[in-house]
Write a protein that binds this ligand. Structure first.
Ligand SMILES: C[S@@+](CC[C@H](N)C(=O)[O-])C[C@H]1O[C@@H](n2cnc3c(N)ncnc32)[C@H](O)[C@@H]1O
Length: 268
């Protein structure tokens, strides 16, 4: 059951979601009426509250997906369906260390932090101070303590060689940071870049080859979710869907002797 200081999500009859943190004398007000936080507390997770204008709202425990989509944003977040796939592609396990940039709003950092657990660490670089502050606040407000935020350009960061188990990049020009960041990644482990445009993916492959960086492409994927509206006898795909978000480009870090091509000859 939720307590004071905890986050809840309210869901209205149209499926719209509202994130709030419960306070002693707090109130949630909307065009469909208001409810006190005490009413929400009394309803509990999974329960219902009825607003002053007789609208019914479902009270839910916010999942990480809810939190990331509804928290305050500076920069656009890595979409949760993609963040979950990034965790899979990086093959993260409890206790591991991840290097990330840019922090943005802290969305991807929260997924990485959960995957490596309290014994692990996420080191997240952000070059814009206001975004770093936003990311830090979002992560702390969720009670997550295993993310270390660093203000600055990852291209200029001082990093210990072979000290990270994974490298996650959600920034416009990943090729500008790789020369500095790749040596910090353990040989044989993964780099994933989140890139909205396929032209960025092509550019990245070219830059890795031209700069003779020790990374080889394993795959480039898109994650498609197709949500259905199921309310028997109605059952069909939702008319509005999340469309394209980004491409996920996965690379393996090569031993330092093997450089010069981003793509293996035998790959399609
Ligand atoms: C799209 S946002 C990242 C969003 C983040 N993944 C999230 O889920 O909230 C990209 C961020 O990268 C930062 N950035 C771009 N280049 C950078 C660099 N070289 N070093 C550090 N941060 C960088 C930008 O300032 C921006 O905040």
């Amino acid at each position: 059951m939720p307590g004071l200081g905890e986050w809840v999500v309210l869901v209205d009859s149209k499926g719209r979601r509202y994130l709030l943190r419960l306070e002693e004398s707090g109130r949630f007000d909307h065009t469909f009426g208001g409810v006190s936080h005490q009413q929400i507390l009394a309803a509990g997770y999974g329960g219902n509250v009825v607003t002053s204008k007789n609208a019914s709202l479902r009270v839910l425990r916010p999942s990480l997906e809810d939190y990331v989509l509804l928290m305050k944003r500076g920069a656009a977040v890595t979409y949760p369906k993609d963040a979950a796939a990034i965790v899979m592609m990086l093959d993260l396990a409890p206790g591991e260390r991840v290097l990330e940039a840019g922090s943005g709003s802290g969305g991807l950092a929260l997924f990485l932090a959960r995957a490596v657990g309290p014994a692990g660490k996420v080191v997240s670089y952000e070059k814009r101070p206001a975004f770093k502050a936003r990311a830090e606040e979002n992560v702390r407000a969720r009670g997550v303590t295993n993310v270390i935020f660093k203000e600055g350009d990852l291209a200029k960061a001082s990093l210990e060689p072979q000290s990270f188990d994974a490298l996650a990049l959600d920034l416009m020009e990943p090729w500008e940071v790789l020369e500095n960041a790749l040596p910090a990644l353990k040989t044989g482990r993964k780099l994933v870049c989140y890139l909205p445009n396929i032209t960025q993916v092509v550019h990245l492959l070219r830059e890795i080859g031209e700069r003779r960086l020790p990374a080889r492409k394993l795959r480039v994927i898109e994650v498609a979710h197709r949500e259905w509206d199921v309310r028997p006898p109605i059952a069909h795909p939702h008319f509005r869907q999340v469309g394209h978000t980004a491409f996920l480009a996965e690379f393996v870090k090569l031993p330092s002797g093997l450089r010069g091509k981003a793509v293996d000859d035998q790959q399609g």
